[in-house]
Write a protein that binds this ligand. Structure first.
Ligand SMILES: [Zn+2]
Length: 241
């Protein structure tokens, strides 16, 4: 295939993807119109934060949000009614988070961000797949995110499974097999779970940096950064590796 053909196919795919998202939004809007809201007003804040213009500004905003969360001073920004209306027209995430499905690691909470701020891809052990790659490429090429954070965490069950020697049932074994190449030196060493989880993150970051045709190009041109992180369950700290 020629480069031109690839570019044309990519552009067409993005248009179709964007159209599908629009259709979903329209459906959602219609559902909302026929269903009265039952949610009680909560602590949603009118606080809004400026959109970061560079990868470093985006990283700084994530670090500031995590510092608020660690200190139990979350500001819950960008969650008021006005934000809902603005984001209904067009989402404007500034960062993508490729994280674990673990229920203790929800990105919007640990980074104290709001509606339309973060584009999230979550699988157990943040195991990458073609669907994850396409999602991240969409967030970069179409939505214009400035940074991709690959975030592992303490006591990750998927990584524990990957370094274990027991065959796991169903598709769980398929999942851990995706993780295994990045943690092979820790297989059979359950006491090395933290080292393995960090090695997994670093391997995933390196793979994304080389991912053609979109992410590798954006990294090379300095338009985005792809960075590793590790979440500590008890303190709430996101450690950037
Ligand atoms: Zn996990």
């Amino acid at each position: 295939m020629t480069n031109q053909f690839i570019q044309t196919a990519l552009a067409l795919s993005i248009v179709l993807f964007a159209s599908a998202c629009q259709t979903d939004r329209d459906k959602s809007k219609n559902n909302t119109a026929t269903t009265p809201p039952t949610e009680v007003k909560n602590e949603a804040s009118a606080m809004s934060l400026p959109y970061p213009n560079t990868p470093d500004e985006a990283i700084a905003r994530l670090k500031e949000g995590n510092a608020r969360f660690i200190n139990d001073q979350s500001a819950h920004p960008n969650r008021d009614d006005n934000r809902k209306i603005i984001q209904a027209q067009k989402q404007t995430p500034f960062a993508s988070i490729m994280g674990c499905s673990d229920s203790r690691v929800p990105a919007e909470i640990v980074f104290d961000q709001g509606l339309g701020d973060l584009f999230i891809v979550r699988t157990a052990g943040q195991a990458p797949a073609t669907a994850s790659f396409g999602s991240l490429e969409f967030s970069v090429a179409v939505l214009g995110v400035k940074v991709i954070v690959v975030m592992g965490h303490e006591k990750c069950g998927a990584v524990a499974g990957a370094i274990g020697t027991t065959k796991l049932p169903g598709h769980i074994e398929d999942l851990v097999n995706i993780i295994r190449p990045g943690v092979k030196e820790y297989i059979g060493k359950p006491e090395k779970l933290e080292e393995a989880a960090k090695a997994n993150v670093l391997a995933e970051v390196e793979a994304l940096k080389k991912l053609d045709p979109i992410l590798a190009q954006y990294v090379k041109e300095g338009k985005i950064k792809i960075i590793p992180a590790y979440y500590h369950l008890e303190t709430g700290q996101v450690e950037f590796l």
